[in-house]
Design a protein around this ligand. Structure first.
Ligand code: ADP
Length: 373
């Protein structure tokens, strides 16, 4: 059907009606102000603007738009408007405005000049959107980040202060154990107490190290010292650090001579964390399986246990900072930092980390490292 000749666009009046209907239908608040009249009064507003501000058309028309700012006049956005109005240019700003009931809202405002044939500004059109929800989310995120930063600064300071005495305590206990051995002291209680003290101090030192690195990771680049090394070297490097007890054995599958291009020390740290977790969270199972596979353009390493497993709703979050799962009777000491550190190390190598797990049956933690070639 041809609307030409019959449509509203036919005459000037028709066009005006159509434009007014279009402005009225907009979901953004729209006002038009008359720049040629004293104090640029509003000569048009649409329904969305009435809804946004809570004022009726009768209360709005004839007023200057500043009435929405109430007494909150010292806003950067306001000065930007003034600049744009005197330069005859458009502007896009955010302003704090107030509804008729006094409640505040964030107004995202776009103002454009309308010019006559000689280029003189006659009117302005203001298109506005209430962005309060988005703005409040942004503000609460900024606040959260600020709080997190303060917490990190405190934890960083505290762990730095703790590290020195713990390191010397650890060295002292190591020396004491050596003397006990050399002097062949046979009092079982002393031997046991000294060994326990050394073991607990070692654990304490590693917790403080975890805390320290966790406070730095979100704010700094992790320096990676990449070299080419075979995976078997990683396994050798972690053996001394895994808290194995006699019930666990480690099986290996895949080509252990495969080479990784990565920071060896940090990959060892990842393996130590995954293996220690496998021991911690699989107290009754016998074997832990380490597997390595060459894929198309990456190497995949996995650590599988037949332990308590992880429920579906916890799987998403266990790589987050300070995330600990309440495992009831199987709950273990720990700060919930190990997997977070692992995920940061792997992410910064350009790899991925994840877990496949079935509650009550066990977990397979895996990570990938981009191929060296
Ligand atoms: P931590 O062990 O110190 O609590 P992690 O970041 O290493 O911290 O682990 C986070 C959580 O993930 C643990 O609290 C535990 O509930 C769960 N988890 C980690 N490894 C395993 C595993 N192999 N089997 C079952 N749950 C695990």
């Amino acid at each position: 059907m041809d609307y030409r000749g019959t449509s509203l666009l036919q005459g000037i009046e028709g066009q005006t009606q159509l434009l007014i209907a279009a402005l009225g239908a907009s979901i953004s608040g729209i006002v038009i102000t008359d720049f040629q009249q004293k104090d640029s009064p509003i000569i048009f507003c649409n329904t969305a603007f009435e809804e946004m501000t809570g004022y009726t058309q009768e209360e709005i028309l004839g007023k200057n738009c500043r009435f929405l700012q109430a007494d909150n006049r010292e806003q950067i956005g306001r000065y930007k408007i003034q600049e744009a109005l005197s330069a005859g240019t458009e502007c896009h700003i955010e302003l704090v405005n107030y509804r008729k009931d006094g409640t505040m809202f964030y107004n995202e405002l776009y103002i454009a000049p309308i010019k006559d044939n000689s280029g003189n500004v006659t009117h302005h059109i203001g298109i506005q959107n209430d962005i309060t929800v988005r703005k409040q989310k942004e503000i609460s995120m900024q606040l959260e980040l600020k709080l997190q930063k303060q917490k990190d600064e405190f934890t960083n300071l505290a762990s730095h202060e703790l590290r020195t005495p713990i390191t010397s305590l650890r060295a002292t206990l190591q020396l004491m154990n050596r003397i006990i051995q050399e002097k062949q002291i046979e009092d079982d209680r002393i031997v046991e107490l000294a060994k326990n003290a050394e073991r607990h101090t070692k654990k304490l030192a590693s917790l403080v190290d975890d805390l320290l690195i966790t406070t730095v990771l979100p704010h700094e680049d992790l320096v990676l010292n990449k070299t080419l090394f075979s995976f078997s070297e990683v396994i050798d490097g972690c053996c001394n650090h895994i808290s194995m007890n006699c019930t666990h054995t480690i099986e290996k599958t895949g080509d252990m001579t495969l080479k990784l291009c990565a920071d060896q020390h940090k990959i060892e740290q990842v393996m130590i964390n995954l293996l220690n977790n496998a021991v911690k969270y699989a107290p009754n199972s016998k074997s832990i399986l380490i597997a390595i596979e060459q894929k198309l353009n990456f190497i995949k390493v996995s650590v599988t246990d037949k332990g308590i497993g992880i429920s579906g709703n916890n799987i998403q979050s266990i790589f987050k900072r300070f995330k600990k799962v309440d495992n009831g009777q199987f709950s273990q000491s720990g700060l919930g930092l190990g997997l977070y550190i692992c995920s940061e190390i792997i992410r910064r190598h350009g790899g991925e980390i994840g877990v496949d797990s079935i509650l009550g049956q066990g977990s397979c933690f895996w990570f990938t490292i981009p191929d060296a070639t």
